[in-house]
Design a protein around this ligand. Sequence first.
Ligand SMILES: N[C@@H](CCC(=O)N[C@@H](CS)C(=O)NCC(=O)O)C(=O)O
Length: 251
Amino acid sequence: MTHPILYGVPFSQPVRAVMWLLILKRMPFEMVLINPGSKGDNGSRSAAYLEKNPGGTIPCLEEPDTGFTLGEAHAIMTYLANSNGWTDVYPDDYRLRARVDWYLNYHHRNVRDASLGLVAPKIRKDLDIPTMVQESARRNLTAALTVLDTGWLKDRQFLVGEHVTLADLAAYVEIGQLQSQFTNVFDFTPFPNVDRWLKDMTQIDGHDDVHIVLAELGDISEQAPSMDNIRNANRRALQALKAKLAEIGEG
Ligand SMILES: N[C@@H](CCC(=O)N[C@@H](CS)C(=O)NCC(=O)O)C(=O)O
């Protein structure tokens, strides 16, 4: 069977969530670079890409053998877990699985607003995100972090229990990117349980491989990076991913 293709760039949070799952489960895949929002040949708004994912967003997964394509990171992650029997990250206990689904649904317009409020305004200057939208996104994020801190993570090591699940991967790619060792755009001191969970998540296999792009980009709190910086960070991350995939292929 030919390996699945993952379309996207490592800088994209939902792409990173899928990459992390595949690396964690040591499943070989091919990564094809697709630039978000571009109508160019390698763009997510090109006619060829829209055939695969009519929504025009990354990530998208394709199974070359069957022609099956799937958009939306969480749909891709649950599909991969279901079709490969990865019950460690997507438990087969109905209640635990429902809690993972609960988080994956909650994520949108809550935790996901980390990118809209704090990262995209610096990285995607072209989008010219209105101040009001940025402020509302930051409020949504703060409220969501309070919910995680006082609820989900109060008595548990990970979001759904004592084991990492799809919920943690999806949440971390958004929240984790804000930390001081990456973009450094948020202070987690008021959220001690989230802060502890962030540290635990750095120990999960594949964390470093998936976050090379952010380590390369570095602190953006004072100055927005140039397009060249962003392109280079994505390029280095893709090179490192190639090496990692070769290692997975050999193992
Ligand atoms: N809900 C989607 C969000 C995907 C998304 O927002 N992707 C961004 C990049 S991080 C994108 O493709 N933007 C390009 C566009 O909307 O044209 C998912 O989880 O897959």
